[in-house]
Design a protein around this ligand. Sequence first.
Ligand code: ARG
Length: 464
Amino acid sequence: MAKLWGGRFTKETNKLVEEFTASITFDQKLALEDVEGSLAHVQMLGECNIIPMEDVEKIKAGLLEIQQKIHNNTIEYSVQHEDIHMNIEKLLIDMIGPVGGKLHTGRSRNDQVATDMHLYAKRKTEMLISLVQDVQVAILNQAKDNVDTIIPGYTHLQRAQPVSFAHHLMAYFWMFQRDKERFQDSLKRVNWLPLGAGALAGTTFPIDRERVAELLGFETVYPNSMDAVSDRDFIVELLSIASLLMTHISRLSEELVIWSSQEFQFIELDDSFCTGSSIMPQKKNPDVPELLRAKTGRVYGNLIGLLTVLKGLPLAYNKDMQEDKEGMFDTVETLEGSLKLLAPMINTMTVKKEKMRSAVNQDFSNATDIADYLVTKGIAFRDAHEIIGKIVLYAIGKKKFLLDLTLDEYKEFSMFFEEDIFKVLSPEQVVGARKSYGGTAPSQVAEQIKLAEEYLINEYPAIS
Ligand code: ARG
């Protein structure tokens, strides 16, 4: 079958080469973006009198028909036409005749593919922002129900100080908020239009790049044609924001796995989000958070893969750049699937408030508060720390917790202890006392939740 670029060649392409160099098996995901870019390009060609308006109308009609076929999934792509751009151009020419060949005037596949990728990145970034927001809303809902739920807070995965479960969950709200803001900010750069750069040096035709930008909804055009066709920074940026987002998803997933273990029993994931074992009838496995944790690996891999592809490339376009696609599609699809599961999984999980509360009775996580108590009686914190350390050691020896010791026992360690020490020690008191801004006291957590809601409403008024 004749190639669109076949004029200069005297031999057929080797079949293996054809397969090896083709991208159509994966870049067909860009079909709609490709047609969209072509519609804007040909409109501009007509407006600038580069090709006659009647040809423009024929080409547009053909492209719209192709668009329909893409929606209906009725196009048969061919490896012989290498990529999505040439498959669509060939289809157009077959449909409307040689006039279809005018579409590629003043354009190269190099600025075309870059434009398609920008359109794709823009669309998917917007989708991901809204999916992250769904997760934030799920977190917020659980947080609202758990402002007064007390859970052990950990450092080094050792009990540290009790905290509100809402406070713990809301930490993730803010991580996701930053991820979303990073995506939002990256759109500034995705919004540069490469089309009109030609192969690398611009074009001899009197094109109007601003007009194409306007038609496609870009904010501006690349000021340098060589940069326009060589830049894949916007993809690297998307993949790195995605990687950090996956890191957050993975950390949260790890907590869900731990919390739903027999040892913790802090939460139970809904049956519809778990799977069983083929041999052990009692098992209910948290496969979803486990896989979310694991899929982080492929998202990191895609980022490192693309950085490696780009690092040694001279300007301008190189075929290496075709390798930007599969990793990007995979990352976007992995994140889409992950976020779509995470939100309902959080929404439907059962929080075992009693288990959490009783866990806090079985530890020394109120020790800092006794130290703080002695500080209010005039003792230096460092000395108080030493005294409480000795009390903890004594209590461990007696197989008791701090609330179980008597006032007389406390007085053995410092004469400053009074009856009011027992008020200071209850987990509710310990949590409630941390009223500093951003602290875990329920009053502060309620403020934090209010602020979080304001963030969401200001960014996305529709959800109010
Ligand atoms: N399929 C190519 C890619 O994804 C399109 C650009 C091809 N340009 C070229 N001069 N071979 O990068």
